[in-house]
Structures are given as C-alpha cells and as structure tokens.
Design a protein around this ligand. Structure first.
Ligand code: NDP
Length: 339
C-alpha cells in the first residue's frame, strides 16, 4: 500500500526536510500541496516535483490519492486544518505546537480518534539516536536515579525564518512555542516523566516585536522528582547546544544534540570515568516518518502522538503563563479529560 501525502502549507520545513522524509520511505509519496497563495503553491510544487496543486483545502482533501496530510502552516491554522483532514478520513501528521490552546489540542485528539485516523506531532528531537539512547540508558539504570537535567537550546534565528515567529502573536510567535515546546517534549521523552510545575522568565532582546519573547529560561519539576532547566533563544549567535541528565550513579552529557541534523555525541561519566556512547545516527525526520507510516499501517506507533503534542503544549503554555504572571505555575494533567 502506498501512502499518498497531501501537504497543507508551502512551508520552509516541508521543503527543507519533510518532502525528502516522505520520499525516503519505500511506500509513500507527496501527491499534492495546498497553499493559500495559488501562485506560490504552483512554484512550490514545481520546485519540489509535486504533480498536483490544490487551490483549496477541500480540493486537497478530495484528491483520491491523498491518504495522509502533513500540516506545516503557521500555528493558528493547525487546529481547523487537522479537524477538516480527520473528518475527511485523512491521517494527520501535524507540526508543533500542535495547536494554540489545550481545548483545541484536546478536540484534535478526539476528532482523530472518532474518525479512526492517526494523529502525530512532529517533535523530531525524540527521533534522534542521542535522545533515544539516553532514554534507554536511563531506563536501564546507567545513571542510577535521575536527579536533575539541563537543556541548552538557544540559537540565532536564521534570516529566512525571521518572519511571523517574531511579529505575529496570533500565529503563536515567540521562542517558547517555537523551541521550549520541543525541549520540554524531549525532556518528557528522555526522562519518561511528566512535568508538574514550571517557573519561567522570558526576555525581549530586540528581535521579537513588542511583547514577543525572543529568549526564555525555565525550571520544570517532573513527577519523578527531577528538576530540569531549559534555555531557549533566537538572539544568541555563538551559543552551543546540549542536553545533560545527572543521576545518583552517573551523568549523561550530550553535545550538539538539540538540532535538526543527525549529529552530536553522548558521554557517560560515572565512578569508572568517562565513556563515549556509540550512536547509530539516522535522519530524525525520516525516523518520524517511518513511524507515522507504521502507525497508519498498524505496525507501529507515532514517535510523538497527539497526546504528546498536547502534553508538551500544556507545559509550554504554562511557561508563558509563569513568565507573564511572574509565578510558578502548576502544569495541569488534563489529557485524560480529552480521551
Ligand atoms: P513558513 O513561514 O515557511 O511557512 C508557514 C506558512 O507561511 C506556510 O504555510 C505558507 O502559507 C506561508 N509562507 C511560506 N513562505 C511564504 C512566503 N514566501 N510568502 C508568504 N507566505 C509564505 O514556516 P516554517 O516552515 O518555519 O514553520 C511551519 C510550521 O512548522 C510551524 O508550525 C512551525 O512551528 C513548524 N516547524 C517545525 C519544525 C520541526 O523541526 N518540527 C521546524 C520548523 C518549523 P501557505 O499555507 O499559504 O502556503
């Protein structure tokens, strides 16, 4: 069975990573693209060798070869587009943040369930060999009981992405919904634990317009007792990135692992000294795509489900609430109400 994908949104991320990820799978292809700007849609299709251009979302969803959609529009559009896709019987791989509100994300999960379609969230970092290996090592007891974690993920937003992320609050602009949501998802995955509260400070360092934050630091408490610190930014030109987990019997220290490319290293430090961990690097987006297609076929589960998108969004929204109200915020475990 070949899975035909319809792209909803003629976006950077689709062009840079996801079209290739779809085509990397032996049994899937991109069959149509929908853009709200037909001319750009045509150019995008031509540049990416996509045969069909849909002028409306309805056109895309009616295309007989489209079984699944990949939604990579700006964040405020994910909700309506996912609902329409699910109601048309299409499986949904949606970009993060899954939605703008928890009510929307909850409804997306529900409507996908009711229509018997897969819902996955494109949190790519949990597909990295580094993060998967750290999760396994922690589960195997390699560092004893985890105590604390630190995530370094401050970047310099490249000029071609300096658009709505910095200017449009209605589209979910700001570094928290852009990067913190990924970091908290990766922490949830690696620690196999859920955040219960957060204290967050945000920063406005000249890149984000008006109230839109372009830097954030947060401290989360997880339900296994771990406290975790995260740092995200758009304005730091020379920062490095990394992920550390410190336990009673050892520490995992990972460098250059908070990025899109399949690179980076993980070191285990304990009473025996320091040891580099062997990693089988693989394209993060291809791993996610393989699992999404497996979920459609019933042979696998999505690497990040709709429920993961919900939980990571809940934590990111709690960060914003904490920063805005200058308070520690409890992260609600409201997912069960959604299911
Ligand atoms: P883009 O700005 O490239 O695309 C978003 C939308 O903007 C598109 O759907 C398109 O609208 C419109 N657009 C694109 N190019 C132009 C242009 N030249 N002129 C006018 N409008 C344009 O966004 P990104 O690819 O950076 O992000 C899209 C989504 O993917 C977001 O939800 C983001 O959070 C997520 N993302 C996820 C990443 C990951 O690794 N998981 C990485 C990067 C982004 P139209 O629909 O009409 O074609």
């Amino acid at each position: 069975m070949t899975i035909g994908f319809g792209l909803i949104g003629a976006s950077n991320i689709a062009q840079a990573h996801m079209i290739a990820a779809i085509r990397s799978q032996p049994d899937s292809d991109v069959v149509s693209v929908y853009s709200s700007h037909p001319e750009r849609g045509r150019e995008f299709a031509q540049a990416n060798n996509i045969v069909h251009v849909a002028n409306t979302l309805d056109d895309l969803l009616k295309h007989p070869a489209v079984q699944a959609v990949y939604i990579s529009t700006t964040n405020e559009l994910h909700y309506e587009q996912a609902l329409a896709s699910a109601k048309a019987g299409k499986h949904v791989l949606c970009e993060k943040p899954l939605a703008m509100t928890l009510d929307q994300a909850r409804r997306m999960i529900k409507i996908c369930q009711q229509n018997n379609v897969v819902l996955a969230t494109n949190h790519h970092l949990r597909n990295a060999a580094s993060h998967r290996t750290m999760r396994q090592l922690i589960a195997d007891g390699a560092i004893g009981q985890p105590i604390a974690a630190r995530v370094f993920h401050a970047v310099y937003l490249p000029p071609h992405l300096q658009g709505w992320r910095l200017t449009n609050p209605n589209a979910g602009a700001g570094v928290v919904l852009d990067i913190t949501v990924h970091d908290v998802d990766t922490l949830r995955f690696v620690l196999n634990a859920e955040p219960t509260e957060v204290t967050c400070l945000t920063q406005h360092f000249g890149m984000g317009a008006g109230v839109i934050e372009d830097g954030a630091m947060a401290i989360f408490r997880f339900d296994n007792g771990v406290i975790a610190q995260t740092h995200e930014g758009f304005t730091t030109k020379y920062a490095s990135n990394g992920f550390e987990v410190h336990g009673t019997e050892g520490s995992l220290i990972a460098k250059k692992v908070m990025q899109q490319a399949p690179i980076g290293e993980v070191m285990l430090r304990n009473a025996d000294g320091e040891r580099m961990i062997e990693l089988q690097h693989e394209n993060l987006y291809e791993v996610g795509m393989r699992r999404f297609i497996g979920a459609i076929k019933g042979t696998d589960t999505p690497s990040a489900s709709g429920a993961d998108g919900f939980a990571s969004l809940a934590a990111a929204l709690a960060c914003l609430e904490s920063a805005n109200n200058r308070q520690t915020v409890t992260i609600p475990n409201l997912l069960s109400a959604a299911l």
